[in-house]
Design a protein around this ligand. Structure first.
Ligand code: NCD
Ligand code: ZN
Ligand code: ZN
Length: 451
């Protein structure tokens, strides 16, 4: 038999349905065989995965890698190093950069930045604005993977378009068959309440929660589903944060709306109770980490599949930006790509979910929702060799200063985790090992372009 590039033998392969002891042969960046050790061809590189689980690389459809415009918070090099160490082999980057990714020109600029630096695969979101409808199709042709709608926005770089413009954009995306990811909050509620709270002199962390009340999300999730139903545009709800959305999501799915939903570790592991530990302003994120009582229903919805996808909303900021006072000046969001898999594996080891369920929400469901399946999101012959080896016995303590992101202000400081990715492989090449990134900048490819 002709030798192949790589054989990974002795591990337990995890799919959404099963765990099976099998070996994998990889050649030219693709999986070319799965079978017993005896069935494996000779290989130039052998990896012994005895005692380890073998997962498809995680696909994180919601990250903010900050370039161009905010390289003091994060660069594509540091962010993709963090992702690789976190077991994430594909990321989709959000358009709230400077310039925002609202035109072909801005898209091409960002793709060039990512191509030079990335050590994992990437997709780039185009932004839906009030005046860029003519750019949507050209952006797809220029390599955008999907689109982002800031339905809840106070950011002048990516303002919320009026509903009429949203409907028109959804018509265009329906014709292109592209799913639109939505930050689903009601902007007029955010603006009205924000101004009222500021005028009344509020500067405390609780005012952020009052501004981003559950109703702002519930209404926007429902409106997104109705607009999707009307136009036929597939939609994806970003960072679901409240248990009160769940009945509306279930109703939309029951009536056949093509809607997928993600949540993120901050809504599963944190509540306002963590404000005491972290300092109250530190917790600021949009939408907010809410009162105790949301985590459990969100977990249940994720495990049962009402919430389809686990993403991170990796939104790094400098520590001093996270500690600012009043609350309105505190930068919202947290880094997430390096800690997400570790936190989730810890819950696997505690029995809250199974490894196959984790693979469904972190690998196969995102690949299916965004048209990458079965090229990505599965360990199968013909798929890209994006693979993660996981040691379920590895114990670590999360420390901000060990993370690879520049904006490393993690809310999980001191968390003890059990289970970690120990080797991350992107298209057949190891890009991270035992917590260290080793991939070459530029190895990552745009997934919207078939390589
Ligand atoms: C994000 C950011 O910092 O870019 N912040 C956040 O609180 N989630 C923006 C966003 O996702 O809305
Ligand atoms: Zn958002
Ligand atoms: Zn985000």
């Amino acid at each position: 038999m002709k030798p192949v590039d790589l054989v990974i033998s002795g591990g337990r392969l995890v799919s959404p349905d099963a765990i099976a002891s099998q070996s994998i042969a990889v050649d030219a960046g693709k999986i070319v065989g799965i079978g017993t050790t005896e069935q494996m061809p000779p290989a130039r590189e052998q990896i012994d995965a005895n005692g380890l689980y073998v997962l498809p690389g995680a696909i994180d459809v919601h990250v903010h890698f900050r370039e161009p415009g905010f390289a003091h918070k994060e660069t594509w090099t540091t962010a993709t190093q963090a992702a690789a160490v976190g077991g994430i082999t594909t990321v989709f980057d959000m358009p709230n950069t400077n310039p925002p990714t609202s035109s072909v020109e801005a898209l091409v600029q960002k793709i060039a930045i990512a191509e030079r630096q990335a050590i994992v695969n990437f997709g780039i979101y185009g932004n839906i604005g009030e005046h860029n409808r003519d750019q949507l199709k050209p952006m797809v042709e220029a390599g955008a993977v999907s689109f982002k709608l800031y339905m809840g926005s106070e950011n002048p770089l990516v303002p919320c378009p009026p509903d009429g413009a949203i409907l028109d954009a959804f018509d265009v995306l329906a014709g292109l068959g592209i799913r639109c990811t939505v930050h689903a909050e009601n902007t007029p509620i955010l603006m009205w309440r924000g101004e009222r709270l500021i005028r009344s002199g509020r500067r405390d962390a609780a005012a952020h929660l009052e501004q981003h009340s559950d109703i702002a999300t519930i209404e926007a999730v429902s409106r997104t589903a109705i607009f999707s139903e009307w136009t036929g545009c597939k939609v994806h709800i970003a960072h679901e944060s409240t248990r009160h959305s769940l009945p509306h999501i279930r109703f939309a799915k029951q009536r056949g709306v093509d809607i997928t939903v993600e949540t993120c570790p901050q809504y599963l592991f944190l509540s306002t109770d963590d404000g005491a530990r972290l300092g109250p302003n530190f917790l600021r994120v949009k939408p907010p980490v809410r009162e105790p009582g949301h985590k459990e229903p969100l977990w249940q919805a994720l495990v049962e599949g009402t919430i389809d996808i686990l993403s991170t909303d990796h939104a790094p900021h400098l520590r001093e930006e996270k500690l600012r006072d009043p609350i309105w000046d505190c930068a919202p969001g947290f880094p997430g790509v390096e800690t997400s898999m570790r936190l989730m594996l810890t819950e696997v080891s505690r029995g809250r979910l199974t490894l196959p369920q984790y693979v469904r929400m972190a690998c196969s469901a995102p690949a299916k929702a965004f048209g990458l399946y079965p090229r990505k999101g599965t360990l199968a012959e013909g798929a890209d060799a994006d693979i993660v080896l996981v040691d379920m016995n590895k114990r670590e303590i999360i420390k901000a200063d060990r993370l690879h992101s520049i904006g490393n202000a993690t809310p999980y400081e001191g968390f003890e985790v059990t289970g970690a990715p120990v080797r991350t492989i992107v298209r057949g090449k190891t890009v991270a090992m035992n917590g260290q990134p080793i991939g070459e900048p530029g190895w990552g490819r745009n997934v919207a372009r078939v390589s």
